[in-house]
Each structure stands twice: as structure tokens, then as C-alpha cells.
Design a protein around this ligand. Structure first.
Ligand SMILES: [Zn+2]
Length: 391
């Protein structure tokens, strides 16, 4: 029987139950889960380091099994989950329910099962000395812009020995994902000049200037769609530009003083998001500001960053890609449109692949589930990894 056909081990299932039971929605603390994991590791004599956020209510956990003076392989995942507000769940989202070969619960696919399987394998990793260390990097606040892991990476970057490679276990149905798009989002504030609408030409209409910028962004989106660059590995195969939120003005008979809108670039790894934003800034500086400031020099346009996640771009012939293909038995790799922490690991020089159990189309939805067969495949992956790293 192929390894992937084995049924999931009770120890993994129990760990998934435990982790899903902590309602670690990003806006809330993840410390109960983190201290559970820390205690669990301590029980095996494994030290872990916590890297807290500025409030002390959330933490990343980092731990190493095996030699401390070698690079090794980092297994990484986020501990936070998206909210359940307004979602119609058939069962308690924070209690795993097994039904029809599936485990239902918030985070079963995205992405507590990967973390749980890694933890369930700790006794196996300890059975024999490891030649290559295994690291765990479990983060907070991934779902709100890959916030938490950045603090951990700042520390890892300065260490004399950092992980030689990383596997981020986001749900990919255990397919090695070598690239994802990056994202840069920002809020634009157009500051105009208020006046009675009957005197419109003497004011600076913030809503209308904002509309010009949004139209410019839309033009960029269209250009990316028709002229590329294109990468057929992605769907859609080009950089996308989108405005998602806008508000401005106070009343119809007042020329609006303020208008805000939020927009984003989801870019191919080869597109530089700072260049894209720079293009918009140039348009504003050359075409809009002279007009606006001729009426009132105190008017203007300001951008505030919301979030930025670098894209991931690994080559198929990279040793890590080859390793993960061997561990999963996959004969091809994939690219995905969603952002992950992987781009941030790669940015500090750690080759990184995304590969984990469960499906991304389950993520963030009511009645999220992971198939038991995926858990078994995740375990098979971990077993093969163990064969590679032990002495
Ligand atoms: Zn996720």
C-alpha cells in the first residue's frame, strides 16, 4: 500500500483537535496555543524561544531539534485564523468534528493541520540523533498581512546560523508551490479645498481628484492585462491592480475637502511594486498637483502604506524544490495567487517552498475542513523528511 493511502495517525488527529480548540482569531491573543506548544516541547526537553508583539499578547515560537550549529530545515506555519463573524457554521468552528473522511473546524486547512503534524512527529524526530536540524517557526498575525513573522525573521537574520531552507505549510494539497504573487496595498488621502458647490471652480474637489487617480490605477490594471508581463503559471497570469474602498465628501452642496481610498497591487514576482506606486506618484506630481496647488498650495495627495508582502520565486532546479518534490512524490510544481510568509523568508536569504495539507479553497470559509487523506499525506511527507535528516 502506498504511504499516502495510510490512514492518519491518532497522534496527529489529537494534535489537530487541540490546536483548533484554541480560538486564535488574529485580533485575539494566541498565547494559550503558544504556551500549550511550548509546554509540549518542554516535555520532550526541547527549548523554544518566544518573540512577542509590542503588546505582549501574541507571540511567535521558534524551536530547534537536533544540532544547533547547522542550517537545517525550518517548518513554518501561522497560528492565527480568520474570524467566523457572519459565517453560517453547521458545527462549533473551534471544535474539530470528524465526518465523512473530513475534519471540520476553523484552521483545519489554513493551517493548523500542518503545524499539528509537525508537532506530532516530535517523538519520531527524537528517536535517533538528527544530522540536519529541524526548526519550528510558528507565527501570529499572518492573516492580517504577515505581520508577526517579521519580528522573528529580524532575529533569525542576525543569527550566526539561520535555517538553510524553509517549508511553509499553507494548504496546497501537498503540491510544492515555488512561487506566489506579492502584494502591496496603500491608502491614498486626497486633501482638497472646501467651498460652496455653487463656487466649485474656486475649490479643489478631493473626490474628483481621487477619481482621476483611481481611473489611472484602472488604466494600469488594463495595461498589465493586455501587455503583461505574463507568467502562465499564475491565475490571472499578470499583475493585478484594484481599488477596494473609497469614501469622501460631506454633502452635495459642498466641494469635498477629503477623499480616501484603499488600493492594492498583486504583482508577479518579476514586477516591482515600488515602481508601480512610483508611476502613480509621478502621474499625480505631473498632472494633478500643479492644477490643485494653483488653486491652493496646501492641497495635496498622501499615501499611507497598509501592507506589503514580497512575492516568492523559487527555481524548479533549486535543491529545496527537488527535495520537496521527493518528499511529496510530486512530479511537478505549482504557482499560486495568494500571498504567504514564504516571500519574507526568501527575502532574508532562506530558500522557501510552500507545501502543506488541505486546500486553499477551504480557507476562510464556513465549514472549513481538511480531508483525512490529506493528513495522511502530510504524515507521509514528514516521515520521508525524517529519513533525510537523521544521522
Ligand atoms: Zn494561511
Amino acid at each position: 500500500m502506498a504511504e499516502a493511502d495510510r490512514t492518519a495517525a491518532p497522534i496527529s488527529l489529537e494534535m489537530i483537535r487541540r490546536l483548533v480548540g484554541f480560538p486564535t482569531v488574529s485580533r485575539d491573543s494566541n498565547l494559550e496555543l503558544i504556551s500549550y506548544v511550548q509546554d509540549y516541547l518542554t516535555g520532550f526537553g526541547i527549548d523554544s524561544t518566544l518573540v512577542h508583539d509590542e503588546t505582549g499578547k501574541k507571540a511567535n515560537l521558534y524551536a530547534t531539534i537536533g544540532p544547533k550549529d547547522k542550517g537545517g530545515i525550518c517548518l513554518s506555519g501561522h497560528t492565527d485564523v480568520v474570524p467566523i463573524d457572519g459565517q453560517d457554521w453547521a458545527t462549533d468552528p473551534f471544535e474539530v468534528v470528524e465526518k465523512d473522511g473530513r475534519l471540520y473546524g476553523r484552521g483545519t486547512s489554513d493551517m493548523k493541520s500542518f503545524i499539528a503534524i509537525a508537532l506530532a512527529f516530535v517523538p519520531e524526530f527524537l528517536k535517533q540523533p538528527l544530522r540536519t536540524p529541524i526548526h519550528f517557526a510558528f507565527s501570529y498575525d499572518e492573516e492580517i498581512g504577515c505581520i508577526g513573522v517579521r519580528r522573528l525573521l529580524e532575529i533569525l537574520e542576525k543569527q550566526p546560523v539561520k535555517p538553510a531552507a524553509c517549508i511553509v505549510g499553507e494548504p496546497t494539497l501537498m503540491k510544492p508551490v515555488v512561487a506566489h504573487k506579492g502584494k502591496k496595498s496603500a491608502r491614498c488621502h486626497v486633501h482638497g479645498l472646501e467651498c460652496h458647490s455653487s463656487l466649485a471652480p474656486t475649490g479643489v474637489n478631493a473626490v474628483e481628484y481621487a477619481a482621476e487617480i483611481v481611473t489611472y490605477l484602472r488604466g494600469m490594471a488594463k495595461r498589465k492585462r493586455t501587455e503583461g508581463p505574463f507568467d502562465p503559471g499564475f491565475d490571472p497570469p499578470h499583475t493585478t491592480v484594484h481599488t477596494g474602498l473609497m469614501h469622501g465628501g460631506t454633502a452635495l452642496n459642498i466641494v469635498p475637502k477629503d477623499c480616501y481610498f484603499d488600493f492594492e497591487f498583486r504583482h508577479l514576482p518579476e514586477d516591482n511594486p515600488d515602481d508601480l506606486l512610483g508611476e502613480v506618484e509621478r502621474f499625480i506630481a505631473e498632472k494633478l498637483l500643479p492644477e490643485m496647488q494653483a488653486i491652493d498650495p496646501s492641497t495635496g495627495v498622501r499615501f499611507e502604506p497598509i501592507s506589503q508582502i514580497p512575492g516568492l520565486d523559487m527555481k524548479d532546479d533549486d535543491p529545496l524544490t527537488q527535495l520537496v518534490m521527493a518528499l511529496t512524490g510530486a512530479n511537478s510544481t505549482g504557482k499560486v495567487a495568494f500571498g504567504t510568509e514564504a516571500g519574507l523568508f526568501q527575502q532574508i536569504g532562506i530558500p522557501t517552498i510552500v507545501c502543506g495539507p488541505g486546500a486553499i479553497d477551504q480557507a476562510h470559509k464556513p465549514n472549513e475542513y481538511v480531508a483525512l487523506s490529506e493528513i495522511a499525506r502530510g504524515e507521509a511527507f514528514m516521515r520521508r523528511l525524517l529519513d533525510r535528516v537523521r544521522a
